[in-house]
Design a protein around this ligand. Structure first.
Ligand SMILES: Cc1cc2nc3c(=O)[nH]c(=O)nc-3n(C[C@H](O)[C@H](O)[C@H](O)COP(=O)(O)O)c2cc1C
Length: 209
């Protein structure tokens, strides 16, 4: 299948086949792809929780209007934004850049100041919104990569973030739930898999200047 055929093949899966699970190779491959997501200034201001445990997923399902995908999928992926984006967080990122690229730490002070300037110019709410935006990029990478790998997924915003944070103990980790995705394999009788895609006409979407 071409890329476009794969993107047409994918859809927000409503009914997963409970008996079909990702192999550990498939899960690793998908997570490696998500790990490579780009982020603003490279700070990767989120963490990704892979939830497999059935009892935890049952609780999460209750906190997501009972949506079946949460319990029936192979795994539930929770994208959680950092709530403590401060100078210490940025310092640790810059240390990591220096190490990864074998750069003298002193040469990165200007870059560190630039990021700190941006971060300190935001309110706490703006910082969390910024962090969440980066998590959504990772969601996009997950959806496209899953399609490439023949894995089904359902992106979801229909849940209570405070309840998710509570169930997963995220507050104490300095995290808050941004968005989630169920991953697995479609049930053969998921009627949604047969529906035509609904997208704006391209001429309405794209403005060529
Ligand atoms: C950020 C986001 C949140 C969504 N939340 C839900 C959700 O809570 N439950 C659900 O069944 N589908 C959810 N969807 C799926 C969309 O309804 C679906 O992607 C859209 O209608 C386009 O259809 P397609 O993905 O099947 O092509 C969500 C999609 C996105 C991108």
């Amino acid at each position: 299948m071409s890329l476009i055929e794969k993107l047409n093949w994918r859809y927000a899966t409503k009914k997963f086949d409970k008996t079909k699970k990702l192999t550990s190779f498939q899960l690793d491959e998908l997570l490696h792809a998500v790990h490579l997501s780009p982020s603003s200034a490279g700070v990767q201001s989120y963490k990704i929780i892979v939830v497999q445990d059935a009892a935890v997923r049952e609780k999460l399902q209750q906190a997501a209007y009972g949506q079946a995908q949460i319990a029936d999928a192979s795994q539930l992926i929770v994208f959680a934004a950092e709530t403590n984006l401060d100078a210490r967080y940025v310092k640790s990122y810059i240390d990591h850049v220096a190490k990864s690229r074998s750069i003298d730490r002193a040469n990165l002070v200007g870059y560190e100041q630039m990021i700190n300037g941006n971060v300190s110019g935001m309110t706490e709410e703006q910082r969390i919104t910024w962090a969440k935006k980066q998590a959504y990029i990772a969601l996009g990478v997950l959806l496209t990569s899953a399609a490439e790998l023949g894995i089904d997924a359902c992106p979801m915003e229909g849940f209570s973030a405070p309840q998710f944070d509570e169930i997963l103990g995220l507050k104490e980790k300095g995290l808050t739930t941004a968005v989630i995705a169920a991953i697995g394999f479609r049930a053969e009788d998921d009627a949604y898999s047969k529906l035509n895609k609904v997208r704006k006409p391209e001429e309405e979407m794209f403005i060529h200047i």
